[in-house]
Design a protein around this ligand. Structure first.
Ligand code: SIN
Ligand code: FE2
Length: 202
């Protein structure tokens, strides 16, 4: 795959690192449980559940649409802190001088979870790359271009893979077509977790 600014790091985290990260996520989810966002306007529920760690979390509901906020929408508590290990991953993969403010945690489990083609465009700092880490079952990821109608390519993301989108690819369309059930033994409850690290503020 040769899209300038889009980098694919196959097998970035080894099994031990993945297991440690999952333990860390279990603690986060105890404090900030997964919730199911709704599409703006229609209120249609997402097939993916979400939560966040770090100073800001990404939320979406019928009334107020897509946004970052500093508290969990159900508990109204601040999001749990960003795990230190993810700050090291950010530094290693991006070298960016500002820290990520949001670790969005997406859970793909249950009936045909997917994520439609979209751009990550709710951030003010578009110079900062986006880092995405895959854990658990393999995802069929679709990478497109700057316009929704541009050609796309399909790539499998396995547990431990990391991808970064920066530079020219920062606002490229992307999505998840489907999850290959039972393709990984990492998560005992099955399914896939995606972590997306983002800098929001300038
Ligand atoms: C996203 O684009 O927000 C998630 C991508 C993924 O699950 O790999
Ligand atoms: Fe995205």
């Amino acid at each position: 795959m040769n899209i300038h600014g889009f980098d694919f790091h196959t097998g970035y985290l080894d099994r031990k690192a993945q297991e440690e990260l999952v333990d860390c996520l279990r603690q986060i989810v105890q404090k900030a449980p997964f919730f199911r966002p709704q599409m703006p306007r229609t209120g249609k529920p997402f097939s993916v559940e979400m939560t966040s760690a770090g100073p800001l979390g990404w939320v979406c509901d019928k009334r107020n649409g897509y946004r970052y906020q500093n508290f969990h929408p159900a508990t109204e508590n601040p999001w749990p802190p960003m795990p230190g290990v993810l700050l090291s991953v950010w530094q290693d993969l991006t070298g960016y001088d500002k820290l990520p403010e949001c670790c969005l945690i997406n859970l793909y489990r249950g009936e045909k979870p997917k994520m439609g083609l979209h751009r990550d465009q709710d951030e003010h700092d578009l110079d900062a790359p986006v880092v995405s880490i895959s854990l658990g079952d393999t995802a069929v990821f679709r990478m497109g271009g700057k316009n929704r109608s541009d050609p796309t390519r399909s790539i499998k993301l396995n547990s431990g893979d990391a991808v970064t989108f920066g530079g020219d690819a920062r606002l490229n369309y992307h999505g998840i077509d489907r999850i290959i059930t039972n393709s990984s033994t990492l998560l005992r409850e099955g399914g896939r977790i995606n972590l997306t690290l983002r800098r929001v503020n300038l």
